[in-house]
Each structure stands twice: as structure tokens, then as C-alpha cells.
Design a protein around this ligand. Sequence first.
Ligand code: ZN
Length: 385
Amino acid sequence: MAARARAKSRNRSRPRAAASRPRTARSAGAASTNAAAAKGNGQAHDLLARLKQGAVICAEGYLFELERRGYLQAGAFVPEVLFEHPEVVEQLHLDFVHAGSDVTEALTYYVHREKLRVIGREKDLVPMNRAALRIAKSVARRSGTLFAGDLCNTNVYDPADKSAIREVERIYAEQVGWAVEAGVDYFVAETISWVGEALLALAAIRKHSKVPAVVTLAIHREPVTREGLTPAEACQRLEDAGADVVGINCHRGPRTMMPLVKQIRSAVKCHVAALPVPYRTTPEQQSFMALTDPCRGDQRAFPVGLDPFMATRQEIFDFGREAYGLGIRYLGVCCGAGPHHIRALAESLGRHPPASRYTVDMSRHTIFGTDKRIRKIMTDYQPKA
Ligand SMILES: [Zn+2]
């Protein structure tokens, strides 16, 4: 392990400053996505080589977007859509890649034994995992993006219960096995609030595969893991146990995630990940589960009343710019993310993914436009619009 840590320490390097604004000033051919560049120099399947060169963007948050599109039920949040409308899952992968994701992450989040037990579909465990992996692999190989396997919170883990720990180990071992069969380029273990559980996920990845591991913790309103460790302490443990990338995802929006990410960046030597939810969490309500809506009698907004708290594209752009400037290279957006957020994140890194063809340009707007072809009778009306 010491040799491994030293090797990682040698490989660590700070990113160059991201390209400066204005983002609409780039010509269409001036920049390519990281994916296209990586494809060209033989790094298509190598996460660590890509991280060495710069940022890697990973779109997450598939469940929330599929819920909004009408193909997934909030509550249990199990992606039965994999069977019912696989074409919708494929299109969402394609939409995120079009918007700048460097990764196509298999939608095996909540396709584990425990969640399928809760909805009474345990018999579909294997085919549903394989469907998710098949769809993601197809998109990844066509697009030159990285193909990631996904492990997540089991909702079974209890540090005091040996049989629960055995069940967690079983869940992770079998999901790692199916993903290895599918040929994933690396693993993500995500949205895990117990570092003990995250270590079990990492152990399964290390035991049953040879590919890199990204492990991201989910931190609720208290700035500690379920055991009471700071995220920095927890990430040190994950690094010591061999994780290639450590960090946090989900639950917290940019504003309340950033302070924790800074602490993690200075506590570990390996690459750091930050994938906030695109919601305006606050010092008083640090997680999206804690947000209450003053327009709705201070009811809990999670999960389907979060719309008024949505972060703008600019807020995600600012998050990406700041995080990359701090040396955080594995970036993404989690639950609530739409392709427009991923595009804003890509543009914050000076990139021009295909979706940037349609990035806002108000110069030709009917009323607020500055283009000489806009009629004066319309622009004169600006103060009243
Ligand atoms: Zn999430």
C-alpha cells in the first residue's frame, strides 16, 4: 500500500487553469470534448490517464431525470424503465454525452438485491443489471466515453450486525461480477453515507476486478458520515484502502458541498471527486432532503417539490470553475441534473461539447437582442418587457 500511495503522490499534479470566458466566443471547431480527444490518443478506456490530463465529467442523477420524464416512480426510485423503456435510458445516456459527459455510467444504481426485494422484483435482479450494463456499454463504445460500473448505498448496512454486513458483501460482490463480465472501464461506488459500507464496496471492487475505483460518500445535513467521521477523515481511509478517486456526491448542492470538498482536497493525495445536486442548499438546510418550501407551508421539498430550489446553469458553471481551480478533477452533477447542467459544467472547463452549439445567445432575441436585424420597435420596448 505504501508503494501505491507513493506512486499516486508522484502522479499527482494540479490542473492548468480552465479556459476563460466568454464561453460563447469559441468557434464551433476550436475545441473538442475530452472524450473525443481521449479517443484520439488511445485513452478511451483509461480513467486515470484521462485524469492525469485534466478533468473528467461524469453525469449522474439518472433517477431524478427519468422521474421528471415520466418513466420512473419517485419513492422507491428503482429504474424499472430498464425493462419497460430501454430506449429512454439509452437516449438519456446520449443526451448527457451530447452535453459533455466523459462517462457513460451504467444505471445499476438501486438495481441491487435489497431494492428489488422492496418492490417485489427480486427475480429480475440479474437481467435488470445486465440490461443496464448492456445499454451503457453500447453508448460508451459508440461515443468514446468511459464505461463505468456503479455500486451504491445498500440501505442494509449496520456496523453492529454481522449478518447485515454479509448481505452488503453479497450485494457488492454480485454487482461487481456482472459489471466485470460486461467489461467496465472502472467502478463508481456512490451515495454511501457510512464509510464502513464504502470500504466494503471498495473491497469488492478490489477483490473481483482490476479496474480503477472512484468512491464518493453522501453527506447528509450534518457534515459527517453516519459513523461521525469528517468527510476528510473518511476519504483518507478510502485512499489508504486503495481508492483511486475519493470525494462526495449527492445530497448537497454546490454551496454546502464546496467547503467539504476543500477539506478533502487538502487531506488526500489521490484525485478528488465532487458531484453536487443542482439545488440551492443553504447553511441552515445543508442537504436537499432538509430543504423546506416557504411557499408550501414549509413542507419538505424532497423529492418532487424541489423545482423552486433548482440551481441555474450559471451556478453550476461557477461551481465547476471553482472546483477545478482547487485541483478537483472528477466532476459531475447528481440527482436533479439535466443535460443543461452538464453542458454548463463542461463549458466551465473551457470545453465545447456538441450541445454548446445551442448555448444561449441573446444577441438575436426578439426584444433584448443587439443584432442590427432586430427591429427597433421591439428593442425600444425593453424597459416595458
Ligand atoms: Zn444523487
